[in-house]
Write a protein that binds this ligand. Sequence first.
Ligand code: EPU
Length: 302
Amino acid sequence: MRISDPQLRGHLAERGVDLRPGAKLSEWTSLGIGGTTDMLRITKHASIPDLLGLLEASRVPHRFLGGGSNLLVDDGELPWVVLQLVPPEPDVVLEGNLAHIDAAADLGRTVTFCAKHDLGGMEGLIGVPGTVGGALRMNAGAYGMQIGTYVREVQLYRAAARKIETLRGHQISFEYRHTSFAADDMMLAVILELPSKPYNEILNGIRICNEKRRSSQPLGQKSAGCIFKNPPGASAGRMMDELGLKGLSIGDARVSERHANFFVNAGHASAKDMLALIGDVRERVRKAYGVALENEVVVWNA
Ligand code: EPU
């Protein structure tokens, strides 16, 4: 979708928006898949309600993009513009055990920064790509921890109320790779309350998680992390492995040889290839185990 109206472009510029016309979303997603659209990079949180009012009045549909690391975007010219927050400098401010973090902050760098200040708890998330906002929305977790445990407060744009609101941790439900945020809520900032731990102890935990991840996941390849959620009490990756699906490909979309729940873009995979592979694998698992695997990856169909 292109914003061609010069007046609207002017209004966006006045609100500190950096307009990237014809951005290729394949360059903004870890899968390296996605078509073309105008991208609006936002520097001022406070301008968001006004900005969205402008887009709505001009009938320009939009989607919010975090770090693009758990996302499969359709091919071709996309029918919505994409909004993304630009992280401020600094994007993490510490106050005792509280970490005030911008939603656009890089997750891995945030975990490391907090560790250096003797704040732990998030060791398991090291190596998970993406932003803090994205991790929050999905309640990202690994190795027995999940980010929701540490949430004290979240600032978000609530599309339904058309305003910026603050929610306390107990007002949000954090479940396995699921939260009570609405699909069109935009995460803006979070306060995490993290346990004090000596840096060396945190570093040791980080090293252990890093090693586990490196030995079991295809880290150097283009992927969106795990494609499916684990069904209760089972591992989707193990089920697919047992069915001999590692290496199964459609075009350049391929089930990883290292971890079957990671589907990689082995070259120039299209969204069509990846979606076909997801559908094919889901059907094989359903036939073999009678289990309907649910997507963990978020799909943006045009
Ligand atoms: N396994 C296989 N073959 C495979 C993959 C796994 O046999 O191809 C076996 C493993 O050997 C292990 C068991 O299945 O015995 C579980 O594997 P793993 O420890 O890798 O855990 P997982 O259930 O596959 C989950 C999360 C990961 C997270 C890891 C570590 C989901 C869908 N996956 O994977 O999260 O990193 O545990 O805590 O919840 C993600 O969310 O994108 C993600 C990758």
